[in-house]
Design a protein around this ligand. Sequence first.
Ligand SMILES: [Zn+2]
Length: 347
Amino acid sequence: MVKFKKYSETVEFHSPKNQFKKTKINLEIREDPLTGFRSIINEYLVNKRGLLYPDTDYEYLDYIGDRSKKFCFMCDHRLEKMTPYYPEDFLEQGRLKYQDAVLFPNLYPLSKFHAVIRLTSDHFKKLGEINSKMVFNGLKLAFDFLKKSFDYDKRYNYPTINANFMFPSGASATHPHFQIMNFLVPSTFHQLLLDRSKEYYEKYGSCYFIDLIKKEKELNKRYIGEIGDGVWISAYSPMGRNEVQIIWPKKENFFHFTEKDIKDLSEGLEKLFIYFHSKKISTYNFSLLSGPLNEKAPYFRCIMKIVNRQNVVKHHRTDDYFLQKILKNELSEITPEDLAKEIREIF
Ligand SMILES: [Zn+2]
């Protein structure tokens, strides 16, 4: 069954920030019920937020927007000349288009089916300006491409839809875009979710993701809300800053997504981006994962994870250090319960 494990401890020292009086700091080490991934919640870190996650420098962000426009390959007048297109036997048109969203192959692919989707013809958008229409256009192409890739080669049945937004999140292009990958061998994390949820199903005879939703709704601490079939929850043990996860209890894989589901997701993301922007946050990563396309997977449900990264500031410090990169623990300066409470207000 779904268990929210945690360990607590207290640190004591004489703090220069408190006239060297004895100071107590409470830590909570949490464990994700499925993967076991641990995170450390330390609310005292809120005092270090200026160093950990300084607010976005919007003047600098505008400068980045202007500068990157001069050589952007996703802007209209360069896209046709500077981006690759697929061979005719796979995609007759070479590139896929929907309104002003365009899909083309990644010039430096990491899978046989690895595409980039330009969301809009506008070169530069701040996080709070990415609207549901742009997201919808991009996601529509993503689902279409993933279906085509599976039809073309049925060995590729681990599809994902991903995004980096702004350079501190890993994006090498500023122009708003998504990255679509269909894998022959699933990513390490995707495999872990599939394996653990299958073990859970065999042990308890029920689907972990459905049990998780039920439990989170009962507790009503991290449950944010629902839009259509998607259930929005803040992660008990986050893998990144401000992690929100969206789970679709009726969808084992991407083939079950309708146009209405894509629209609902796009509307939810617009709301979430507005919330992030209101906190002077300028970056995110997300991944949306599917169950395998070539078999029934009653143990799995489609899940999306979205996290913030370091904000756009001059000489930014990475938010991944030994703790995340090697030890695979995350830290958080706010509790997932407080995060859910704040996001719920804009839902
Ligand atoms: Zn551009």
